[in-house]
Design a binder for this molecule. Structure first.
Ligand code: ZN
Length: 487
C-alpha cells in the first residue's frame, strides 16, 4: 500500500522541480531581454556634411564620408567605432538624383544611413558677340548683325534659341538653358548719321510737249560712304504724257528707322501748238486714198504723175508687199499720213494705249519707207465713226489727245462711194464730180485697194482740170474737214 502511495509522490516531486526549473529559466531569459531592451541596443551614424547635396554638371564629387559607433547604456556611448561601407555612386556627367547608402553591422544586425546627391545644371549659357573689323552701319540699312553664339555646358549650342531684341540704343541677346539658367548680354547700337543724297538727272523740273510716252531722265542716289543706293529709291507719281497738265514724281529712300530722303520733280505737260488752218484760195480738190498701199497703188501713182497731180495717202500695214509704194509716193511729192497698222476697229479703239501702239506701228513703217515721221492721220472709220462705241468716249478723247500731241486728223466732205455703195467706176466718177461741184474746197475719200476706184482717177483729174480745179496734197495747215464726233 505504502509503495503504491510512494510512486505517485515521487513523480509529483519530480514534476515540481521541473516546473521550478522552467520558471527559473523563463525569469532569467526575460531579465536578459529587459536588460538588453533597456540598454537600447543600436548604432549611431555620423554622416559628415549635408545629407542632401547638390553639385554641378561634371563637377567632381568627393564623398565627405560617414562614421558609425555602437550605442547603449550597457556598452557606453560611441565607445566602439564600427566599420562603414558605402554603396552607390554619383555620376556627375549625368544629371539626376543619386543615393549613397552607408552600411554597418552590429550584434548580427545590419544598419544603414543614406545621403542624397543631386547632379544639376547650375551654369548659365555663355553668349559670345562677334564683331567685324572696320564695320560701320550705313544710314540706309542701320545696324546689320555681326553675329553671335550661345554655348551651354550641358545643352551645347543654343545659338538658335537666342532671342534678339533691337532697341533704340542697344541690341539685347537673351538665352535660357533647359534648366532655366538665363544669360543676357547687350551691345550698343551705332547709327551712321550721313543721309544719302538723291540727284535727279536732267532738269529737276521739266516742261514737255504732250506725247505718247514720258521717259523719266532718272536719278542717282549715293550714301555718305559712297555706296550706290539707287536700287532702294522708290518713285511714286504718274505722268499722263498725252494729257496736258501738272504732274509730280516723288523719289524717296527710307531707312529702317523711318527716316526718309525725298526729292520731287515737277513735270508740266503742255499741248503742242498746231499751225493755224489755212484755206487756200480758188477751187481746191484734195484727193485722199485710204487703206493702201496695195496692188493698184503703182497704177494710181502713174496716173497722178502723168498729170502732175499731188494727192494724200493714209496708209496701213496690211499689204507689206507694197510698202515700197509709200516711199515712191513720198518721193513723188504726195503726202503720207497714218491710217492704221491693223485697221481692226476692236483692237485700235480698245484704249488710248492700243490706239497709240497701232498708230506707232504704221508710223514706223512710214519712217522706214520715207525717212520721215508724219503728223497727218485719218481715224479708221473717220472721227464720226460709231463702230468704236463699245468704248464710250474714245473718239472724243483721241481727237483731243492726238491734237494736243501735234497730230492733225482729216475727215472728208466728198465720198466716192467706193467703200461699199458701188463697185462701178462710172458711179465713183459721178459721185466725185457731183461732190466736188458742191464745195469750193473738197477732201475726197477714195481707197487705192479698189481697182474700180483707181480706174476712176484719170477721168476725175481730166474733168477737174478742165473745170478750173487745183489739186493739192494735205499738209498740217490744210482744212481738217472734221465730222462731228459721235462717240
Ligand atoms: Zn480705212
Amino acid at each position: 500500500m505504502n509503495e503504491q502511495k510512494t510512486k505517485p509522490e515521487q513523480e509529483k516531486r519530480r514534476r515540481g522541480w521541473m516546473i521550478a526549473l522552467l520558471v527559473a529559466v523563463a525569469v532569467l531569459v526575460s531579465a536578459a531581454a529587459v536588460v538588453i531592451t533597456l540598454d537600447g541596443r543600436h548604432v549611431r551614424f555620423h554622416v559628415i556634411g549635408a545629407p542632401e547635396m547638390t553639385i554641378g554638371y561634371r563637377q567632381s564629387f568627393r564623398d565627405p564620408g560617414c562614421t558609425a559607433t555602437s550605442n547603449g547604456k550597457l556598452f557606453g556611448e560611441g565607445k566602439y567605432p564600427l566599420t562603414v561601407t558605402v554603396e552607390g555612386e554619383v555620376d556627375s556627367s549625368r544629371l539626376g538624383t543619386y543615393e549613397l547608402t552607408y552600411r554597418t553591422n552590429w550584434m548580427l544586425r545590419s544598419y544603414t544611413a543614406k545621403r542624397t546627391v543631386i547632379v544639376a545644371d547650375l551654369e548659365a549659357p555663355v553668349i559670345t558677340l562677334q564683331t567685324k573689323p572696320d564695320y560701320e552701319p550705313s544710314w540706309f540699312t542701320g545696324y546689320e548683325e555681326e553675329g553671335f553664339t550661345a554655348l551651354d555646358d550641358h545643352d551645347g549650342d543654343l545659338t538658335e534659341k537666342v532671342i534678339r531684341r533691337e532697341g533704340e540704343n542697344e541690341v539685347t541677346y537673351t538665352v535660357s538653358d533647359a534648366a532655366g539658367n538665363v544669360t543676357t548680354v547687350t551691345r550698343p547700337l551705332v547709327f551712321s548719321l550721313g543721309k544719302p543724297e538723291i540727284h535727279l538727272l536732267g532738269d529737276q523740273d521739266q516742261v514737255v510737249n504732250a506725247s505718247m510716252s514720258y521717259s523719266d531722265p532718272g536719278f542717282t542716289a549715293v550714301d555718305d560712304q559712297g555706296h550706290d543706293m539707287s536700287a532702294y529709291v522708290s518713285v511714286t507719281g504718274e505722268v499722263i504724257p498725252y494729257e496736258p497738265g501738272e504732274y509730280m514724281l516723288t523719289y524717296s529712300i527710307s531707312n529702317r528707322a523711318g527716316e526718309a530722303v525725298t526729292v520731287v520733280r515737277n513735270i508740266t505737260v503742255q499741248p503742242v501748238r498746231n499751225p493755224d488752218t489755212v484755206t487756200p484760195d480758188g477751187k481746191i480738190i484734195y484727193l485722199t486714198f485710204d487703206d493702201g498701199p496695195g496692188p493698184y497703188t503703182a497704177q494710181l501713182l502713174d496716173v497722178l504723175k502723168k498729170y502732175n497731180v499731188k494727192a494724200t495717202f493714209f496708209v496701213t500695214c496690211l499689204n507689206s508687199d507694197y510698202e515700197n509704194m509709200v516711199g515712191r509716193a513720198w518721193r513723188e511729192g504726195h503726202s503720207i499720213g497714218v491710217h492704221s497698222a491693223s485697221h481692226n476697229y476692236y483692237q485700235i479703239y480698245a484704249s488710248e494705249q492700243a490706239f497709240f501702239d497701232d498708230f506707232n506701228t504704221a508710223e514706223d513703217m512710214i519712217y522706214r519707207q520715207t525717212g520721215q515721221y508724219t503728223n497727218l492721220f485719218r481715224f479708221p472709220g473717220g472721227s464720226s465713226n460709231t463702230v468704236s462705241s463699245f468704248n464710250p468716249g474714245i473718239m472724243s478723247r483721241l481727237a483731243y489727245t492726238m491734237t494736243n500731241m501735234g497730230y492733225r486728223y482729216f475727215d472728208w466732205n466728198v465720198t466716192s462711194g467706193d467703200a461699199g455703195e458701188t463697185t462701178r467706176t462710172r458711179t465713183v466718177i459721178a459721185n466725185v464730180k457731183e461732190g466736188c461741184s458742191e464745195h469750193r474746197v473738197s477732201v475726197v475719200l477714195q481707197h487705192d485697194i479698189k481697182d474700180f476706184s483707181v480706174d476712176a482717177v484719170e477721168e476725175i483729174i481730166l474733168w477737174a482740170l478742165n473745170n478750173g480745179y487745183t489739186f493739192l496734197p494735205l499738209d498740217e495747215s490744210s482744212p481738217g474737214m472734221h465730222h462731228g464726233i459721235n462717240n
